[in-house]
Design a protein around this ligand. Structure first.
Ligand SMILES: Nc1ncnc2c1ncn2[C@@H]1O[C@H](COP(=O)(O)OP(=O)(O)OP(=O)(O)O)[C@@H](O)[C@H]1O
Ligand SMILES: [Mg+2]
Length: 503
């Protein structure tokens, strides 16, 4: 039996009230969702429960007893485990070694016994894994399963999962949900954080919604709806953002001609990709992740040299040019790894000028006053919840993405390359980002939108291209595309012939 109650939890970070007298309860054998906009305080609350942060006020009861949780070690002893957004596995070690690491019962490590223990634990919960596999070779979904096993191996009875699905492809999400249901069947409890309301409705029993550090309410899944949850999260009705107006027929701003490139392992990742993105249109590039999207983004950022073909921006050949040339030519980027494009230890204002340092440098010195003013202006314009002097690493996911957006758009790009621009964002922030992309389109910018979210691609794009194993399977006007057809193209089962694609 494990039931948890958090009462009156308050946590401040300087002036930010991240958790404001939060009451939260977890029953045994339930999957409980924690919902809320970026910065609502979800991760903070869970880090307190797992002993990573300490509450300023409030108490935690585990099975009715007051608990003191100074560290994750204490949390695990009490039966509380957490699978973080970023994994903590050791890549060169095997699955079995990772699972038992730091938790061996005897003095000596016995690989055979460890593998067997891990195989047993995996079988009990129906978790597919190969105990002998080396973690470095595993996919993200597989790593996540190892993290879950690691927690189960330590006999946790309540498992916290912070946005586990944000890193998974759809098929892996289904597998995860089966696992969660098995855990529930075995009497374990799960706290599940996600921004996707359909996921929450699919797998959870109860849902607690946070807004600006406070609990808005806890509802039963059976008694609520996605619309109600969205309203609770943002305090207003949300309206879907979709493309407006006719598709324009502007000139080709970005043209890819038979572009080929290799992946990190030296294997062909892009195979003679030809695409055109016109001024004033959003071209959606749909596809299951790992089919060349990441390489295409790198080639267009100038960080990966193509092995063949040409890249033209406004009819200028940029093939093989370095990153600065792409920026100067007006290619703005919203990269997939938003954290990698920011420097956590620098301030928000400094990060906002990272890509145009020259403009803010005089006689070799950074003009701090102008950097700060520029920061203040963009923070206001993009409604970023931060101060110009805040360290970048203290911002919540949605606010980081707003900084990325502000930086890319303030340089008045002619082409925008947006990779998974709304991944991990809440309803409000997603709507904001989509709206900004549409605004750019309406102002005549050519937008290449790389998205694994078909609904997003369909809602925003004028035309949709599908990439599969590094090849373009076809380009269809979004108005004529059906999800079924796109799905078949994404799985390589259907290719639109050249004649059909030209329009
Ligand atoms: N270590 C920290 N130092 C300073 N401020 C922090 C820290 N961690 C969180 N915050 C702030 O506390 C607030 C709540 O953040 P938290 O990460 O809990 O939000 P969240 O609901 O998990 O958001 P997201 O959906 O974006 O992950 C935010 O304003 C954030 O900037
Ligand atoms: Mg969070």
């Amino acid at each position: 039996m494990l039931a948890i109650q958090m009462r009156g939890i308050t946590k401040r970070f300087g002036p930010v009230l991240a958790n404001d007298r939060i009451d939260f309860s977890l029953e045994q054998g339930e999957i409980h969702a924690l919902l809320g906009e970026n910065g609502a305080g979800k991760t903070t609350l869970m880090r307190i429960l797992y002993g990573l942060y300490h509450a300023d006020q409030g108490e935690i009861l585990v099975d009715g007893h007051l608990a003191h949780i100074p560290s994750p070690k204490e949390a695990i002893t009490l039966g509380i485990g957490m699978v973080a957004q970023h994994f903590t596995l050791v890549p060169p070690l095997s699955v079995a070694e990772n699972v038992v690491l730091g938790y061996t019962k005897g003095l000596r490590f016995d690989p055979g016994a460890a593998q067997q223990h891990v195989a047993e634990a995996a079988a009990r919960f129906g978790i597919k894994t190969d105990p002998a596999a080396i973690v470095r070779h595993l996919s993200v979904g597989e790593c996540q399963r190892v993290e879950i096993l690691k927690a189960l191996y330590r006999n946790v009875r309540a498992l916290i999962m912070d946005e586990p699905t944000s890193v998974l492809v759809p098929q892996e999400v289904d597998v995860l949900f089966e696992t969660l249901e098995r855990l529930r069947g075995a009497g374990l409890s799960v706290i599940f954080i996600s921004h996707k309301l359909n996921e929450v409705m699919a797998v959870c029993d109860r849902i607690t919604v946070l807004r600006q550090g406070r609990v808005v309410g806890t509802v039963d899944k059976a008694a609520t709806s996605q619309i109600e949850l969205a309203c609770m999260m943002v305090g207003r009705e949300t309206f879907g953002v979709t493309r407006r107006g006719e598709s324009p027929q502007g000139e080709a701003r970005l043209r890819l001609e038979s572009l080929s490139a290799l992946d990190r392992k030296g294997l062909p990742a892009l195979k003679e990709v030809s695409l055109e993105v016109r001024a004033g249109e959003i071209l959606g590039l749909a596809g299951v992740s790992g089919n060349g999207q990441a390489e295409l983004a790198r080639v267009l950022a100038g960080t990966l040299k193509p092995t063949g073909g040409r890249i033209l921006v406004d009819n200028r050949d940029l093939t093989g040019a370095d990153p600065t040339c792409f920026l100067v030519a007006g290619v703005g980027r919203i990269p997939e790894e938003r954290h990698e494009s920011m420097i956590g230890e620098l301030s928000v204002a400094e990060n906002l000028v990272l890509e145009c340092l020259d403009e803010f440098t005089r006689n070799g010195l950074l003009d701090r006053r102008r950097v700060r003013q520029h920061g203040e202006q963009l923070i206001a314009e993009y409604q970023i919840k931060a101060q110009p002097t805040d360290r970048m690493r203290t911002l919540s996911g949605g606010n980081v993405q707003k900084v990325v957006l502000a930086r890319a758009l303030s340089s008045k790009p002619r082409v925008i390359l947006a990779s998974q621009p709304t991944r991990g964002l809440d309803v409000g922030a997603t709507e904001y980002v989509r709206d900004k992309l549409l605004e750019q389109r309406d102002q005549g910018v050519a937008v290449l939108l790389i998205s694994e979210d078909l609904d997003e691609a369909l809602a925003l794009s004028d035309r949709i291209a599908v990439i599969y194993e590094g090849r373009i399977m076809g380009v269809i006007p979004a108005g004529e595309a059906s999800k079924e057809q796109l799905g078949m193209m994404m799985s390589g089962a259907w290719e639109v012939t050249r004649g059909e694609t030209e329009n």
